[in-house]
Ligand binder design. Structure first.
Ligand SMILES: [Zn+2]
Length: 57
């Protein structure tokens, strides 16, 4: 399982997501649209999210 802290990409955001990589990307996409006004979740954001994923044991 992996974890993503939105604050690693968008300073000040306290949202956290956990699950498989696909789960997290889907959750972050919805979160970015809803809470950060990101209209279009493009490849750069996906790369940033993937880079910030942490393994949770
Ligand atoms: Zn956020």
């Amino acid at each position: 399982m992996k974890r993503f802290r939105c604050g690693d990409v968008i300073p000040g955001c306290t949202a956290q997501f956990a699950g498989t990589e696909e789960d997290i990307l889907a959750q972050v996409g919805a979160h970015a649209r809803r809470d950060h006004g990101v209209a279009d979740v493009g490849p750069e954001l996906v790369v940033s999210v993937r880079a910030a994923l942490q393994d949770v044991h």
